[in-house]
Design a protein around this ligand. Structure first.
Ligand SMILES: Cc1cc2nc3c(=O)[nH]c(=O)nc-3n(C[C@H](O)[C@H](O)[C@H](O)COP(=O)(O)OP(=O)(O)OC[C@H]3O[C@@H](n4cnc5c(N)ncnc54)[C@H](O)[C@@H]3O)c2cc1C
Length: 406
């Protein structure tokens, strides 16, 4: 039995290990890049947030509801931690349950996978871009872009989505699966920067500020998140923005609301402003927010409240104006005009329809002997180690199913 794996990323590497550890099958990984696992090295800002102790189905989005449940149960977070621990990666838990190698180096994750692949004698064909996979008898012909073809009895498509194509995943796996009769849903970049109307915030470029950020669709709250927000020339970036971007996929009429003082109620913010008016009544608006908000943010708040000139005297701030500024500080609205593209995104929302695969084996319901795992499927997760966990869980499940099938 010969198993071909298209893609030597997280899902492909772990499925190869699972097969080789539990069978005497021949396993070949076809990887288009000059080495496997390039994306893993870029994860978690080079530290690889390889899982999250809180991972459960509620962190995932897929067309078939609950598609991830079986895989996540079979290969849960603890078995992922154990798997890597046995290969030498000691875990370090950080905020919100995120796990990293204790050494804080993504290379630790890739190195241990590569060492294991080598130990198990998995054949790795790098710089082999699979162009097509064709049925041949009961098996498949895996055809490279230069025409070379390799017969495999079973094939796992582990080619990722189309996020960050410079790291290898360019969407070619979708075409391979389409040519075998599968369908691909709409795709959208997620875990990505959000573009907003910047007409009055251009001057805020470069400012970082801890704030609570909410995403709304026609005034209905879709999600909210606290953390460091970065103003950019196109809109917003930073951890809470990446997190909320998972909820922008396939949605329109979105708005961001930033709460610059989430520790305080609107009334408390009003009281703080009133108090400042008394203390700073000899100054003008240029100095009013200094020490409370970033000065440039304060200037935009004043402008949005209708104060055109910074020379406006603080002593002339009336109750109504103070209330207006308090409510702008608590609800600083920005219209969402889109998100940055796939080249900036960490993950692809959408993919090959999960409904077309058996959630207990990752085998295609259309083509026997064909499997898929990881991001090529229409599954994506929240920011925080959930996407790699999906690649580990689904990859191991596909490998396990192939061994079981024999
Ligand atoms: C910058 C960045 C940071 C990230 N950080 C995190 C993080 O910290 N935690 C987390 O959980 N997730 C993170 N992610 C997301 C996570 O890396 C992916 O969801 C995960 O790697 C998907 O695994 P995969 O095996 O499905 O695909 P990939 O890891 O993308 O691997 C697919 C492989 O297939 C190869 N390939 C593609 N097409 C072909 C073809 N036709 N022929 C041969 N080979 C092919 C590619 O070169 C690639 O090596 C991050 C992503 C990026 C881009």
């Amino acid at each position: 039995m010969k198993v071909g794996i298209v893609g030597g990323g997280a899902g492909g590497l772990i499925s190869a290990i699972e097969i080789k550890r539990n069978s005497n099958f021949e396993v070949i990984i076809f990887e288009k890049m000059d080495r496997v696992g390039k994306k893993i090295l870029a994860t978690g800002n080079g530290r690889c947030n390889y899982t999250n102790i809180n991972a459960s189905s509620k962190n995932y989005y897929s067309i078939e509801k609950g598609f991830v449940d079986f895989a996540l149960k079979e290969f849960d977070v603890q078995s992922t931690i154990n798997f890597f621990n046995e290969l030498g990666v000691f875990p370090r838990e950080e905020k919100e349950g995120k796990l990293y190698p204790f050494s804080e180096q993504a290379t630790a994750i890739l190195d241990c996978l590569r060492n294991e692949i080598e130990r198990l004698k998995v054949e790795v064909r790098t710089s082999f871009k699979v162009e097509k996979v064709k049925r041949q008898g009961k098996g498949f012909k895996v055809i490279g872009e230069d025409g070379e073809s390799v017969y495999c009895d079973k094939v796992i498509i582990a080619s990722g989505g189309c996020a960050s194509p410079s790291l290898g995943s360019d969407g070619s796996g979708f075409k391979i699966l389409e040519s075998l009769g599968h369908s691909v849903s709409k795709l959208a970049p997620v875990l990505v920067q959000i573009k907003t109307d910047v007409s009055d915030i251009k001057g805020l470029k470069g400012i970082k500020f801890d704030a609570n950020v909410s995403l709304l669709q026609r005034d209905k709250l879709i999600g909210s998140c606290f953390g460091e927000v970065l103003f950019t020339e196109y809109g917003l970036s930073g951890p809470p923005i990446f997190q909320l971007s998972t909820k922008t996929a396939f949605r329109k009429n979105l708005k961001i609301s930033i709460d610059f003082m989430s520790e305080y109620s609107p009334k408390e913010v009003y009281d703080i402003l009133e108090n400042r008016k008394e203390n700073l009544s000899h100054l003008n608006m240029e100095a009013f927010f200094s020490g409370l908000l970033n000065k440039r943010i304060g200037n935009v708040v004043a402008k949005r409240a209708g104060i055109e000139k910074l020379s406006f005297p603080v002593s002339k701030l009336e109750r109504q104006l103070l209330w207006k500024m308090a409510s702008i500080i608590k609800d600083f609205e920005l219209e969402v005009v889109g998100v940055k593209g796939f080249s900036n995104a960490q993950v692809t929302a959408g993919g090959v329809y999960s409904l077309e695969f058996d959630k207990k084996s990752m085998e295609s319901k259309i083509v026997k002997g064909l499997y898929a795992c990881g991001e090529v499927l229409d599954v994506y997760g929240d920011c925080g180690g959930y996407n790699l966990q999906w690649a580990w869980s689904s990859g191991r499940l596909a490998g396990r199913a192939i061994v079981k099938e024999g």
